[in-house]
Design a protein around this ligand. Structure first.
Ligand code: ATP
Ligand code: MG
Length: 466
């Protein structure tokens, strides 16, 4: 993308009503615009990040064997009356009446609807296990929408639902979700710690929340510092194996880690004092096992092996897709702006032309631009006729992890500068080597870049100035 043709409405002033860094930076970097309280338009840059996060969620859900689908945002109240939640949910539910005077609602979650789909089409235990999920907008009329997309009223969530014949199978689904979530957050450059939590209005026995540590988090959390040393990394897990998933769950949940709702002073006292940490966290996901809470009242049964009908065991599992954009920024920024982790960055690399209009500099930038695009990556080329200082400030604010700076002086020596946004360190490299380095950095995130790397760099579209 050429910046001169992009829509990136950056703000010079710091918005006064934004209380936390992520909200300020998302407004300043032109990622979102508030439409009304807790409801946002996603401008092109913000939309790109949202899509990257969604993509990672889809890939990891499908890796775990979960099946994507899409349910509507508007639901009929009838289903919610069946489960008893129409009255129980309270004023957070946006209730709507259609022209026929039918009670509708904008879905805050989808347990009822998915249970209805299941009972209409599945009748035998042979069709189980099954986990269906979608990524869809939700509406909750929060008392205090705040912190931008972190606590919105309309927000994007991945919600998944498992259907199993036995409690044991449903607990495996729970464990499998925990494993897939660990991997999902790590790909986004986040450490999200599973913490024992309270089940709230969804109801049920087992639940963990995933929390990203951040000073601005809304939850108070208590944890054993050893837990922050655990990494899921590049493990190859057989998601069908009960033992393999249970082992990961045991590893990641055996140390003390709880939200204030489940905090227990007696158990806490057993954690060695030098490892006790009290901090704040942002909830980016939650998993539940709730057994037959919905299947029983709604008649979601299957015929078991002995021919008798049994209610299915269920769980639901959510990831706050739009909240993650804010959470990632909370965990990755400095006073100049955002610092995107490579896994979710909206553009992979910035190109700054220090002297727009200089024939050599322009040509070098064009070559870099097409070489990076040729790798299947997306560069953002600042081709505006602006001062270098302004261009650097925009790049720092927008937070692309890597920047290639091109100027006539460097080109005389055959070099450009490759700078890391995170460390601020720069390296002078021949343009070809800068491209190769960018390719190497992104290869773990993009299989197509890895494939391109295996081909020789010769013969790529570089001009003779190299
Ligand atoms: P919270 O306690 O923060 O209100 P919740 O526990 O009610 O959230 P869940 O029903 O567990 O939310 O929804 C799954 C995920 O959706 C949460 O972990 C969170 O990341 C996200 N989420 C929930 N409410 C909001 C909101 N108002 N704005 C943005 N994301 C949200
Ligand atoms: Mg929750």
């Amino acid at each position: 993308m050429r910046l001169s043709r992009y829509f990136l409405p950056v703000l010079k002033e710091t918005p006064a009503d934004a209380q936390i860094a992520s909200h300020r930076l998302m407004l300043r970097a032109g990622m979102i615009k508030q439409a009304s309280a807790g409801i946002y338009s996603w401008l092109p840059l913000g939309f790109k990040v949202l899509r990257r996060i969604e993509q990672i969620v889809h890939e990891e859900q499908q890796r775990a064997g979960h099946i994507p689908m899409l349910m509507p945002t508007l639901q009929s109240a009838d289903l919610w009356r069946e489960s008893g939640r129409y009255d129980a949910y309270g004023p957070e539910m946006l209730r709507i009446r259609d022209r026929q005077d039918r009670d509708m609602l904008y879905g805050p979650t989808n347990e009822e609807m998915i249970t209805d789909i299941f009972r209409s089409h599945v009748s035998s235990y042979k069709d189980l296990p099954m986990t269906l999920y979608h990524i869809q907008w939700k509406f909750r009329d929060e008392v205090r929408p705040r912190f931008g997309v972190m606590r919105g009223r309309e927000f994007l969530m991945k919600d998944g639902y498992n259907f199993d014949l036995t409690k044991e199978d449903a607990l495996h689904a729970y464990n499998r979700h925990l494993v897939s979530y660990l991997r999902t957050y790590e790909r986004m450059g986040l450490q999200a710690i599973p913490m024992r939590a309270d089940s709230g209005p969804i109801g049920g026995d087992d639940t963990h929340e995933f929390l990203v540590l951040a000073e601005t988090g809304e939850s108070e959390v208590f944890y054993d510092s050893e837990i922050t040393e655990l990494k899921f990394g590049d493990r190859q897990i057989d998601y069908d194996s009960h033992e393999a998933c249970a082992a990961v769950l045991a590893e990641f949940t055996s140390r003390y880690a709880r939200t204030d709702e489940t905090h227990d002073e007696t158990v806490w006292a057993e954690v060695p004092a030098d490892r006790q940490r009290v901090a704040r966290g942002i909830e980016v996901g939650q998993i539940f096992y709730f057994g037959t809470k919905y299947s029983e009242p709604m008649g979601a049964t299957v015929q078991g092996p002995d021919g008798k009908p049994v209610p299915v065991h269920m769980g639901s599992h959510g990831i706050g897709v739009s909240r993650l954009v804010g959470a990632i920024i909370e965990a990755n920024h400095d006073d100049k702006g955002i610092i995107w982790p490579e896994g979710v960055t909206p553009f992979h690399c910035g190109i700054v032309n220090l002297k727009q209009g200089d024939a050599e500099a322009d040509a070098a930038c064009e070559d870099l631009y097409s070489a990076i695009k040729g790798l299947g990556l997306e560069p953002l080329y600042d081709d505006r006729d602006e001062r270098a200082g302004g261009k650097f400030a925009t790049m720092d604010l927008v937070g692309l992890p890597w920047r290639i700076t091109v100027g006539p002086r460097g080109l005389k020596n055959g070099v450009v500068e490759l700078t890391s946004r995170r460390t601020g360190e720069s390296e002078e490299l021949a343009p070809r080597d800068a491209v190769a380095k960018v390719a190497e950095i992104y290869a773990p995130h993009h299989p197509h870049v890895e494939a391109a790397l295996r081909e020789p760099m010769e013969g790529r579209s570089f001009h003779t100035w190299m």
